[in-house]
Design a binder for this molecule. Structure first.
Ligand code: B3K
Ligand code: ZN
Length: 878
């Protein structure tokens, strides 16, 4: 396929200053009249105007009110006979499209009788012919006309300036957005929705109206989203001095959405999954996700909308920065230092289990990619989460206040512009001229240019004669596709030293900034060999190779003052045990030793640690994280080792789990705060362990209690945890509970998604999951075309259940192959995400490797195949 290259960027030959759109909305045939003021870009050579369009029926083109000649060249409308001179001219384009036939959910589409749009990255061209690129910014006015009974609510960006009735039962609304914007931020919604409204006055005294639109049955699930929005608005003003710039800020939720949400100016459109939250139907995780995604989209109003991307290669300019901002917001909302650490640990886990594999696989790309065939394939954990880590390193290098100063300068310089990642780094460096960031700026930019996860190897030497400790750090980065050699990165390593009783050595905390391949750091006044705690708070997205002894790790697990590294010490111990058992010959047996079990018991019983922290510390390293440490991966072996470790934890800590369950019960009503959620997470884990132990002992007490809790629960978190404990222990009560759960929530789409996902993600026992997933495809509640439902069943099976997916008979891959092709025929974006489940096939042991290879080749050879899926599978096969 044709590759788009970053180095080919060229400013547009024309500018579009204003856009006036009139929609006659009809699911079968919507008419779109697009009137633009266009002018030539005098800085570019004179050339024809080429407008992008896709799946449009063109009816008429007028220039300054008169007919004109045009031609269609591929997906572009080409106008050659434009007025001489550089005066602006009026261009009028009349097209139609068919929203009800739009199964890709890009452009204008219909979901459950309501019209929605999705334009990022390149969906606006499916609505009208346009210069569909983010550096073309215009002001928009929009008139919507539709049947009044079926579409009583008509929304677009900006302010409502006029509305009224038309003949034939139709009505109209006219919206004007005062802010210039790129077309990817355009949105419209028309349908039968209700809304929760909230007037607010900002800290600076301006009045605004906040609205959340949903279906009538969902109105009681919007309170948490509204609170999250208000908190996000207040936070952005306090932390960064960024106010809400709109009279009206609207959010609309839809069940059919390709991704999480979209930050359209003043009219965010959300997947219902990230708006709706009621204690009876949503878990603590859902509540936390709603809070962070609502905040994320709101924060885009400045980082993305007021200052946008020059081209799509700069995507991380808005995404990395906005993820960083939503992470900071969630940490501030969590409150206590340990609750902040819990959020940090969760974010690092995502990075390690999803981004590190991406960075080591066939889709590896820099945070700012150099080329793509389909931009939708680059909305990745690298651009988002690694991009956020890069922004976080900048904050570490210039300090929190320095970073705020830097962002302020960024907005002073670039408000209203479409800019690049260089402009962001430049502003932060310029606002902090004495910082290591300013000194090392060109080298720091390698984080944007080089793919791959750097490794930092550590060795330490204590010298009793000089009472010094010398730390040697060596950095390297493995090759990635197209980048055989890497230059050294700027790596901030937060460090501290402890003695063997776990006491922090006074004055030993410091930030080491690596920028050369080898660095030596000398700590003075060290009497005896210390224990180095490095990369504290996960100060850089790297892999640390630090040969601490088990005893040293145990000291850090018990005493490190950095909660992140305390957790990390426990994970390293568990990872070592797991890897040793995976590499050993013969059947898997009891991978955990007594010392590790005792240390984990001490964490669980600890008098002051947070429940949420305990739950994370007792969670085993993820399957994919273990797999990444190996050269050759036998997924069944990893699964067996993890199961054996879980079983050991369940039995060895049996009394402790009973204690944990009983000591962390909440009385009173449900509240989604971090402390209460932590207690529920820990009691949920305890139930899992107690049901697991009961499976081997045959003792019915705990499964019985769990079933009772499942039935009596007053919130979805407790109910789902209990159900999941029965399902993952494979207890006979699980089937009954699943049936009850379905019966009770059969009208709740998002709960049904959980029901499908739980079954698709359950521990595999003798290959029983695939047949169940296949049977569920035929379930009357399964809808392949609904992205959430497809992801919950098929996505969970292929991406989140390695032991069930990687079958020795290859049936999991055949299933993957068939579903990728089936979905690709109507929704390439969703298919391409699914296609990535085999990214790491080359690491698989036989027979998995050959079977995965065969499935990939079938997909790659299929005709027709979308650009999206073709790019993913051809990179996997390369
Ligand atoms: N900017 C959107 C993502 C659009 C994805 C297009 N394939 C949501 C977000 O990151 O906030
Ligand atoms: Zn975003």
């Amino acid at each position: 396929a044709r590759l788009i290259r970053r180095e080919d960027y060229c400013p547009p030959a024309y500018w579009i200053d204003t856009v006036d759109l009139t929609f006659d909305l009809d699911p079968a045939k919507t008419r779109v009249l697009n009137r633009m003021r266009v002018r030539r870009n005098p800085d570019q050579p004179r050339q024809p105007l080429r407008l992008d369009g896709e799946d449009l029926t063109l009816a008429r083109v007028l220039v300054n009110g008169a007919g004109t000649s045009f031609r269609i060249d591929g997906a572009q409308l080409v106008l050659e006979n434009l007025p001489e001179g550089d005066e602006p001219f009026e261009l009028e384009i009349f097209t139609t499209c068919a929203p009800e036939k739009n199964t890709q959910l890009m452009g204008l589409y219909v979901s459950q009788g309501t019209f929605y749009t999705q334009c990022e990255a390149e969906g606006f061209r499916r609505i009208t012919y346009f210069l569909d690129r983010p550096d073309v910014m215009a002001t928009y006015s929009v008139t919507l006309r539709a049947d009044k009974a079926r579409y009583p609510v008509l929304l677009s960006n900006g302010n409502l300036v006029e509305a009224g009735d038309l003949e034939g039962g139709r009505h109209y609304a006219r919206w004007v957005d005062p802010h210039r914007k790129p077309c990817y931020l355009f949105a419209l919604v028309a349908g039968n929705l209700v809304c929760r409204s909230q007037p607010i006055r900002s800290r600076s005294g301006t009045d605004h109206l906040l609205q959340i639109y949903v279906r009538a049955a969902d109105l009681d699930k919007t309170e948490h989203a509204m609170h999250s929005l208000m908190a996000a608005i207040a936070w952005d003003e306090t932390r960064f001095g960024l106010p809400l710039d709109l009279e009206r800020f609207m959010i609309v939720a839809t069940s059919d959405f390709n991704m999480g949400a979209m930050e359209n100016k003043g009219l965010n459109i959300f997947n219902t999954k990230y708006i709706l939250a009621h204690p009876a139907t949503a878990t603590d995780t859902d509540f936390a996700n709603v809070e962070s995604v609502v905040a994320h989209e709101y924060f885009h109003n400045w980082t993305g909308n007021r200052v946008t991307c020059r081209d799509w290669f700069q995507l991380s300019l808005k995404e990395g920065l906005t993820v960083f901002r939503d992470q900071e917001f969630s940490m501030d909302m969590a409150g206590s230092p340990s609750a902040r650490a819990v959020k940090r640990i969760e974010d690092v886990r995502v990075l390690r289990t999803a981004q590190f594999p991406e960075d080591a696989g066939p889709m590896a790309h820099p945070v700012r990619p150099d080329q793509y065939a389909e931009i939708n394939n680059f909305y990745t954990v690298t651009v988002y989460e690694k991009g956020a880590e890069v922004v976080r390193m900048m904050q570490t290098l210039v300090g929190r206040e320095g970073f705020t100063r830097g962002l302020k300068l960024y907005f002073e310089r670039h408000d209203g512009q479409a800019v690049t990642c260089d402009d962001l780094v430049q502003a932060i460096a310029d606002a902090n001229p004495d910082s290591p960031l300013a000194r090392l700026q060109p080298q720091f930019m390698r984080w944007y240019a080089q793919a791959g996860t750097p490794r930092v190897q550590i060795s330490g030497q204590h010298d009793p004669a000089t009472r010094t400790y010398t730390l040697s750090l060596h950095q390297s980065c493995p090759p990635t596709p197209g980048q055989p050699h890497k230059e050294p990165f700027v790596i901030p390593v937060a460090a501290a030293l402890f003695d063997h009783e776990g006491r922090l050595l006074p004055g030993s905390e410091r930030l080491i900034v690596l920028h050369e391949p080898h660095t030596e750091v000398v700590f003075p006044d060290v009497d005896s060999p210390p224990i180095a705690s490095l990369l504290r708070g996960f100060s850089a997205p790297v892999i640390l190779e630090h040969p601490l002894s088990d005893d040293e790790l145990l000291v850090l697990l018990a005493h490190d003052t950095d909660p992140f590294n305390r957790w990390e010490a426990g994970q390293q111990l568990l990872l070592r045990r797991a890897l040793a058992a995976v590499r050993a010959e013969g059947p898997v047996h009891a991978p955990l030793d007594a010392a590790t079990l005792q240390a984990l018991r001490a964490v669980l019983r600890h008098p002051t640690l947070d429940a949420a922290f305990k739950e994370l510390a007792l969670t085993l390293p993820a399957h994919t994280y273990i797999a990444e440490q190996l050269d050759e991966v036998d997924p069944q072996r990893i699964h067996a080792v993890r199961e054996a470790m879980r079983t050991q934890l369940a039995h060895a800590l049996h009394e402790d789990w009973i204690w944990a369950y009983e000591a962390h019960q909440d009385s009173g009503g449900y509240r989604p705060d971090a402390a209460a959620a932590g207690r529920r997470a820990l009691t949920g884990m305890a139930l899992h362990m107690l049901c697991l132990a009961a499976r081997d002992s045959g003792n019915p007490v705990w499964p019985g209690k769990t079933y009772q809790r499942f039935k009596d629960a007053t919130n979805m978190t407790d109910r789902y945890q209990a159900l999941s404990a029965l399902v993952s222990a494979g207890h006979e009560l699980a089937e009954r509970a699943l049936a009850l759960f379905h019966e009770r929530f059969r009208h709740e789409e998002l709960v049904l998604d959980k029901w499908f996902a739980l079954q698709a993600g359950a521990p595999d026992r003798g290959g029983d999951i695939l047949p169940r997933v296949q049977a569920l495809l035929q379930h009357p509640d399964f809808h392949l075309r609904n992205p959430n439902r497809a992801r919950s069943l098929i996505g969970t099976y292929c991406h989140a259940n390695p032991a069930a997916f990687h079958r020795a008979d290859g049936a999991g891959y055949a299933f993957w192959r068939d579903r990728v092709l089936e979905i690709d025929a109507f929704n390439p974006q969703v298919a391409a995400r699914l296609a990535r489940a085999l990214d790491r096939w080359k690491k698989l042991a036989e027979p998995y490797r050959s079977q995965a290879h065969a499935a990939l080749r079938v997909v790659a050879a299929h005709e027709p195949l979308s650009t999206d899926v073709r790019e993913v599978v051809s990179r996997a096969l390369a």
